[in-house]
Design a protein around this ligand. Sequence first.
Ligand code: DMJ
Length: 631
Amino acid sequence: MLMRKVPGFVPASPWGLRLPQKFLFLLFLSGLITLCFGALFLLPKSSRLKRLFLAPRTPQPGLEAMAEAASHPLAHEQESPPNPAPAAPAPGKDDPSSQATTRRRKGWLRRTHPTGPREEATAARSSGVAALRPQEESIPFSFDFSAFRSRLRHPVLGTRGDESKEPQSVVRTQREKVKEMMQFAWQSYRRYAMGKNELRPLTKDGYEGSMFGGLSGATVIDSLDTLYLMELKEEFQEAKAWVEESFHLNVSGEASLFEVNIRYIGGLLSAFYLTGEEVFRIKAIKLGEKLLPAFNTPTGIPKGVVNFKSGSNRSWGWAMAGSSSILAEFGSLHLEFLHLTELSGNQVFAEKVKNIRKVLKKIDKPFGLYPNFLSPVSGNWMQHHVSVGGLGDSFYEYLIKSWLMSAKTDMEAKDMYYEALEAIETHLLNVSPGGLTYIAEWRGGILDHKMGHLACFSGGMIALGAEDAKEEKRAHYRELAAQITKTCHESYARSDTKLGPEAFWFNSGREAVATQLSESYYILRPEVVESYMYLWRQTHDPIYREWGWEVVMALEKNCRTEAGFSGIHDVYSSIPNHDNKQQTFFLAETLKYLYLLFSEDDVLSPEDWVFNTEAHPLPVNHLDSSSRAGG
Ligand code: DMJ
């Protein structure tokens, strides 16, 4: 029917109301809505309705990050807190009683705050816990950070004894210089490459590389604990804010299990243990979960590469035509994975590395040596190449450090370490005609008389392990550590730049020098200063600080550029030819070990901490609570 417009006729609403009635109705309705909404403020704080409708009044930095993550479907899915799992006993401990666990769960927000004075200063400006509040209820496992801190024997950053004694001391000036270098390296990275994996100082831009499966910010994660240690507070906050807001795990590339573990997981774990900030714990665990598909092999020995998208794995193409896993890679997971279990309650991490240990313990070892290539399918060695440098190095390091990290309860690791060291000494150790002690490489019984820069960490490792060796071997290992470290120093001293080459030889009358240009580069590696640091702490022989200072000077002269530090192509050329890369381990390791070399012994005391192979400090699992200082 057609409606005709009649003058003076006011059309009724669909509900048959005229205009004044409609106006009154709307007035009533809006009053009712205002009343209901206002009532929300009167509801008890815990009311679900209130949490649903009312956003926090004060903006908190981390919340934007959560919102951003939530708007990205994958980020939301993958960065949520870890799956529920039964509470885990700490490595080497009995199961905690369920009562204690319940108690911890209730109070975790409060208790995960740092307790020490320096840490509080940092935490005061922090927001890591707040950043995770929206997910608070779904976090199934808590870690009692205060209890952990109370078990430490020393203040994390030491008592700074030397500062009160000699405020203007030489060593303090040296330490300050290293701190300045770190600040410069960080600020250059932040200015030109923030969020990228590495800084390219010559081209003043960032570089992602292909090792990390699409993860970004390797320099940020690798720098966190060094910035914290050096009390570069503003810089630490910048790094932390980036982790909160921009470090996403929703990536889909192929990653190196080893590199992601030692740099990202190691960096996040130590950042958590130093600060108690939940954001680091949760990201470490979630990233750890993404690495697990690497272990899907018949033996449980992981393959080197994991695909974050498909969850498939593969061995490196260069590893015996893609058939082998690498000793240093699958042998350098133990420390981090035990801590992932400790912080998540999820036993799977510990089970994976305990299985690796089991396979290695059982397998026949030629002359007691561990070759570098192992088939993850058959569990057999694929080639008899043995090296304490590249491909083998950190496997040995993780044996002795597993022993130390377990508060000297992991007897299996201890035995494996000293047995391996004996075999190395018997079959690989040599002294050159010029009197330099070096560890050669072994190929089925034939020796390559060369030592890689990477193998120079072994001076520090042998020093670290000397104290727990059989009584009659202790002095010998101390001496051996000193001799190897001296040889590595020679490889630096014999170059024009006073920096050491990637590999150096002992043959044809040449000693401790590279024999070809392709081995003459220096990429800001840490191993030599790492050994200086351990030897200094063991002997207090001033020579190690002198040698460390030589490295500082050489870095300044040859590697410092306008926009950061760079490696060089030829240590034997006094005109530096830069490689345009500021490696992440320069900030994680080289500068950290130099700083510790010029610090008091109780800074990150070895009684409380072991360093992973990327120099990220992980705490010793103290079994008792006889602490002397928690801060
Ligand atoms: C670091 O990533 C680690 O120290 C690793 O164990 C060996 N190589 C580099 C530094 O040279």
